[in-house]
Design a protein around this ligand. Structure first.
Ligand code: HEC
Length: 134
Protein backbone atom coordinates (compact mmCIF):
# COMPACT_ATOMS: atom_id res chain seq x y z
CA UNK A 1 0.00 0.00 0.00
CA UNK A 2 1.42 3.42 -0.83
CA UNK A 3 1.86 6.04 1.86
CA UNK A 4 -0.85 8.11 0.23
CA UNK A 5 -3.33 5.24 0.17
CA UNK A 6 -2.41 4.47 3.75
CA UNK A 7 -3.11 8.03 4.85
CA UNK A 8 -6.36 8.11 2.92
CA UNK A 9 -7.70 4.84 4.26
CA UNK A 10 -6.83 5.59 7.89
CA UNK A 11 -9.85 7.75 8.67
CA UNK A 12 -12.65 5.42 7.70
CA UNK A 13 -11.02 2.22 8.82
CA UNK A 14 -10.25 3.30 12.37
CA UNK A 15 -13.73 2.68 13.73
CA UNK A 16 -13.58 -0.89 12.44
CA UNK A 17 -10.56 -1.83 14.51
CA UNK A 18 -11.57 0.31 17.48
CA UNK A 19 -14.68 -1.86 17.72
CA UNK A 20 -12.56 -4.77 18.94
CA UNK A 21 -12.96 -5.71 22.58
CA UNK A 22 -10.49 -4.34 25.12
CA UNK A 23 -7.28 -6.38 25.07
CA UNK A 24 -6.77 -8.85 27.89
CA UNK A 25 -3.81 -8.79 30.25
CA UNK A 26 -2.10 -11.69 28.50
CA UNK A 27 -2.25 -9.92 25.15
CA UNK A 28 -0.80 -6.76 26.70
CA UNK A 29 2.02 -8.78 28.25
CA UNK A 30 2.79 -10.35 24.88
CA UNK A 31 2.71 -6.92 23.28
CA UNK A 32 5.23 -5.59 25.79
CA UNK A 33 7.50 -8.50 24.92
CA UNK A 34 7.24 -7.75 21.21
CA UNK A 35 8.31 -4.15 22.00
CA UNK A 36 11.67 -5.60 23.11
CA UNK A 37 12.50 -5.70 19.39
CA UNK A 38 12.08 -1.95 19.18
CA UNK A 39 14.10 -0.81 22.21
CA UNK A 40 17.42 -0.94 20.39
CA UNK A 41 16.22 2.25 18.68
CA UNK A 42 13.13 3.48 20.54
CA UNK A 43 11.86 4.23 24.00
CA UNK A 44 8.43 5.44 25.08
CA UNK A 45 9.65 8.56 26.88
CA UNK A 46 12.69 9.74 24.97
CA UNK A 47 14.17 10.22 21.52
CA UNK A 48 16.93 7.79 20.62
CA UNK A 49 17.95 6.54 17.16
CA UNK A 50 14.19 6.56 16.54
CA UNK A 51 11.57 9.00 17.84
CA UNK A 52 9.90 8.70 21.26
CA UNK A 53 6.59 6.87 21.27
CA UNK A 54 4.88 8.79 24.11
CA UNK A 55 1.75 10.38 22.62
CA UNK A 56 1.95 8.28 19.46
CA UNK A 57 -1.78 7.67 18.92
CA UNK A 58 -3.47 10.50 17.08
CA UNK A 59 -0.15 12.15 16.27
CA UNK A 60 0.91 12.90 12.73
CA UNK A 61 3.86 10.87 11.49
CA UNK A 62 7.13 12.73 11.69
CA UNK A 63 6.16 15.12 14.51
CA UNK A 64 7.48 13.68 17.80
CA UNK A 65 8.70 16.64 19.92
CA UNK A 66 12.44 17.25 19.82
CA UNK A 67 13.25 14.51 17.29
CA UNK A 68 15.01 15.85 14.22
CA UNK A 69 16.08 12.63 12.52
CA UNK A 70 12.98 12.02 10.40
CA UNK A 71 13.13 11.11 6.74
CA UNK A 72 11.35 13.39 4.30
CA UNK A 73 9.32 10.36 3.26
CA UNK A 74 7.81 9.94 6.71
CA UNK A 75 7.31 13.67 7.32
CA UNK A 76 5.51 13.98 3.98
CA UNK A 77 3.42 10.83 4.42
CA UNK A 78 0.37 12.52 6.00
CA UNK A 79 -0.11 9.42 8.12
CA UNK A 80 -1.84 9.82 11.48
CA UNK A 81 -0.92 7.00 13.85
CA UNK A 82 -3.71 4.69 14.96
CA UNK A 83 -4.33 0.92 14.99
CA UNK A 84 -4.78 0.75 11.24
CA UNK A 85 -1.82 2.85 10.14
CA UNK A 86 0.49 1.27 12.72
CA UNK A 87 -0.52 -2.20 11.59
CA UNK A 88 0.39 -1.44 7.97
CA UNK A 89 3.64 0.35 8.87
CA UNK A 90 4.85 -2.29 11.32
CA UNK A 91 4.04 -5.13 8.94
CA UNK A 92 6.48 -3.76 6.40
CA UNK A 93 7.84 -0.25 7.05
CA UNK A 94 9.59 0.19 3.71
CA UNK A 95 6.54 -0.96 1.81
CA UNK A 96 4.17 1.31 3.72
CA UNK A 97 6.45 4.37 3.56
CA UNK A 98 8.95 4.02 0.72
CA UNK A 99 12.05 5.97 1.72
CA UNK A 100 11.61 5.58 5.48
CA UNK A 101 14.89 5.33 7.35
CA UNK A 102 13.49 2.94 9.94
CA UNK A 103 15.88 0.05 9.47
CA UNK A 104 13.57 -2.71 10.58
CA UNK A 105 12.16 -5.50 8.43
CA UNK A 106 8.74 -5.55 10.06
CA UNK A 107 6.58 -7.96 12.06
CA UNK A 108 5.05 -10.65 9.88
CA UNK A 109 2.79 -12.26 12.49
CA UNK A 110 -0.58 -10.45 12.63
CA UNK A 111 -1.22 -11.45 16.25
CA UNK A 112 2.14 -10.08 17.34
CA UNK A 113 1.27 -6.80 15.65
CA UNK A 114 -2.17 -6.68 17.27
CA UNK A 115 -0.73 -7.39 20.73
CA UNK A 116 2.07 -4.85 20.27
CA UNK A 117 -0.31 -2.14 19.08
CA UNK A 118 -2.75 -2.84 21.96
CA UNK A 119 0.13 -2.51 24.42
CA UNK A 120 1.43 0.63 22.71
CA UNK A 121 -1.99 2.28 23.00
CA UNK A 122 -1.81 1.91 26.79
CA UNK A 123 1.89 2.58 27.23
CA UNK A 124 1.97 5.74 25.10
CA UNK A 125 -0.94 7.65 26.69
CA UNK A 126 0.64 11.02 27.42
CA UNK A 127 0.27 12.25 30.98
CA UNK A 128 -1.11 8.92 32.20
CA UNK A 129 1.56 6.34 31.46
CA UNK A 130 4.29 8.54 30.00
CA UNK A 131 5.55 12.09 29.68
CA UNK A 132 6.72 13.29 26.30
CA UNK A 133 10.22 14.76 26.39
CA UNK A 134 11.44 17.69 24.31
C1 HEC B 1 17.11 0.01 13.76
C2 HEC B 1 16.39 1.01 14.51
C3 HEC B 1 14.88 0.85 14.65
C4 HEC B 1 14.16 -0.24 15.07
C5 HEC B 1 14.68 -1.62 15.49
C6 HEC B 1 12.77 0.17 15.11
N1 HEC B 1 12.65 1.48 14.70
FE1 HEC B 1 10.92 2.54 14.56
N2 HEC B 1 11.94 4.11 13.77
C7 HEC B 1 13.31 4.17 13.61
C8 HEC B 1 13.65 5.40 12.91
C9 HEC B 1 15.06 5.86 12.52
C10 HEC B 1 12.44 6.06 12.65
C11 HEC B 1 12.24 7.35 11.86
C12 HEC B 1 11.98 6.85 10.42
C13 HEC B 1 11.80 7.93 9.37
O1 HEC B 1 11.86 9.13 9.68
O2 HEC B 1 11.58 7.55 8.19
C14 HEC B 1 11.38 5.22 13.23
C15 HEC B 1 10.03 5.56 13.20
C16 HEC B 1 9.03 4.84 13.82
C17 HEC B 1 7.66 5.23 13.93
C18 HEC B 1 7.06 6.53 13.42
C19 HEC B 1 7.04 7.49 14.60
C20 HEC B 1 6.67 8.91 14.32
O3 HEC B 1 6.89 9.74 15.22
O4 HEC B 1 6.15 9.23 13.24
C21 HEC B 1 6.99 4.26 14.62
C22 HEC B 1 5.53 4.22 15.00
C23 HEC B 1 7.97 3.24 14.93
N3 HEC B 1 9.19 3.62 14.44
C24 HEC B 1 7.69 2.09 15.63
C25 HEC B 1 8.60 1.05 15.82
C26 HEC B 1 8.28 -0.20 16.48
C27 HEC B 1 6.94 -0.51 17.13
C28 HEC B 1 9.40 -0.97 16.41
C29 HEC B 1 9.57 -2.42 16.90
C30 HEC B 1 8.69 -3.38 16.34
C31 HEC B 1 10.43 -0.20 15.74
N4 HEC B 1 9.91 1.01 15.40
C32 HEC B 1 11.73 -0.63 15.50
C33 HEC B 1 14.23 3.22 14.00
C34 HEC B 1 13.91 1.93 14.42
Amino acid sequence: MSARALAACACGALSLSAAHAAPDAEALKRGEQVYERCVACHSIEGNRTGPQHCGLFGRRAGTAPGYDGYSKALRDSKIVWNEVTLDAFLRNPVNAVPGTTMGYAGIADPRERTDLIAWLREATRPGKSCRPSR
